[in-house]
Write a protein that binds this ligand. Structure first.
Ligand code: EZ4
Ligand code: CO
Length: 402
């Protein structure tokens, strides 16, 4: 079943998305997500100039071989741009295989290991009271797990807090917004938020928090300890993880569960973290870590080491990337949780998707393939516009991690 056509579609229905469409000789098509927030056109060039010329004429049925061809065959391996490009091809090929087999992709991955996918929502607020109210709002909608972010008094533009409560989107502007950071103020403030939340709502709801790479391992260890009484589901990205060994120190000092890996793009980014059992959840996601094939390799490594999956799922993952995660989540044995952000109506019209949220779980319908389409005509009405993620500086002006 030869691949006869490949097209990269860039559109911006409320935010930028890069979508790959592969067509086979019998007219079957598959869709893949290649969106790298703030660096979109680098992936477009990589796909158009370097991968698509090799892809035309290949047998769409050989998913693993095509994955290996673009991974091993690149000479310059790994990296977010390469792996997002491979991810889009991989997703489109799983979509095609599902359509050819007349089965949803999760069936091809071994079938359902659970009835539905547990997801977490995002409560954020500028004050403690607002956060408490927002958590209540998510509980009322049936969410079982909620990530909580709050503005830190004295810190301008704290991560994860936005005016639009349903749709958090950090990418904006003609140039990167400059945020500020103060570790001492943050460490002082955050445990009180969780104390208040437990006092208000008890321990039945799962609470999560994202540090967004802002602490050193020692500071992270301290925060993990101070949060222990409030029994978080996880503490995310406590420190940057280019140095995987950095997590040894955090792990030794706290029982707060640790999650990391949304910016990872390959299994080699997490071998030490997984095999030394330094984390509890691995956050690699389909769009950024080589598609469903990449995720399966990482999850298989993680399974014997008691590490569960917790795929990244912000608004910059398109409904196609989200569906790829959902099929994987339904089938993978060591599933933990899935991050889930509601896309806007406009996005959902461009990408009509076959998954639905109900009472804190996402259900997949039984459409063949990934179950997401792309309205190309509508997508064409929303042209790309350059957007950047923010950057972060300390109060003395030093660059810090956003
Ligand atoms: O900052 O997706 O857990 N979620 C996150 C996200 C990321 C954005 C970056 O593109 O950390 O909000
Ligand atoms: Co995160």
């Amino acid at each position: 079943m030869k691949i006869t056509d490949a097209k990269v579609i860039v559109s911006s229905p409320d935010r930028n998305f890069v979508t790959l469409k592969l067509v086979t000789e019998d007219g079957t098509y598959g869709l893949g997500d290649a969106t790298v927030n703030g660096r979109e056109l680098a992936v477009v060039a990589y796909l158009q100039e370097h991968l698509i010329p090799c892809l035309i004429g290949m047998d769409a049925q050989n998913i693993e071989d095509i994955w290996q061809y673009f991974y091993r065959g690149a000479y310059w391996r790994r990296g977010p741009i390469t792996m997002a490009s491979i991810a889009a091809i991989d997703m489109a090929l799983w979509d095609i295989k599902g359509k050819l087999a007349n089965m949803p992709v999760y069936q091809l991955l071994g079938g359902k290991s659970r009835k539905a996918v547990l997801v977490y929502g995002h409560a954020n607020g500028s004050t403690e009271d607002e956060v408490v109210e927002q958590v209540g709002h998510y509980l009322a909608q049936g969410y079982k797990a909620i990530r909580v972010q709050c503005s830190v008094p004295g810190v301008q533009d704290s991560y994860g807090v936005s005016a639009d409560k349903a749709f958090y989107e950090p990418a904006a502007g003609a140039l990167p917004e400059v945020c500020s950071w103060n570790t001492a103020k943050y460490l002082d403030f955050i445990p009180g938020i969780f104390e208040k939340l437990r006092a208000t709502y008890g321990y039945d709801v799962q609470l999560l928090h994202d540090v967004h790479h802002r602490l050193t391992p020692n500071e992270a260890a301290h925060l993990g300890k101070s949060l222990e009484p409030f029994r978080l589901f996880w503490l995310e990205d406590a420190t940057p993880a280019e140095l995987q060994e950095g997590f040894r120190h955090i792990r030794r000092h706290t029982t707060t569960p640790l999650a990391v890996g949304e910016v990872f793009n390959s299994i080699y980014d997490c071998t030490t973290l997984i095999t030394e059992q330094l984390i509890d959840y691995i956050r690699t996601t389909s769009t950024h870590a080589g598609g469903i094939t990449g995720l399966r390799k990482i999850a298989a490594l993680a399974e014997p080491f008691h590490v569960k999956t917790g795929c990244h799922g912000p608004t910059d993952i398109s409904p196609i990337g989200m569906a790829a995660c959902m099929h994987f989540n339904l089938a993978v044995p060591n599933f933990g949780i899935q991050e889930f952000m509601i896309h806007t109506e406009k996005i959902n019209r461009v990408f009509p998707a076959g998954y639905t949220l109900k009472d804190g779980y996402v259900y997949l319908d039984d459409q063949p393939g990934l179950g997401v389409d792309l309205d190309e005509k509508l997508a064409g009405q929303y042209p790309y516009s350059r957007k950047y993620l923010p950057v972060n500086r300390l109060e003395d002006g030093s660059m810090w991690n956003w």
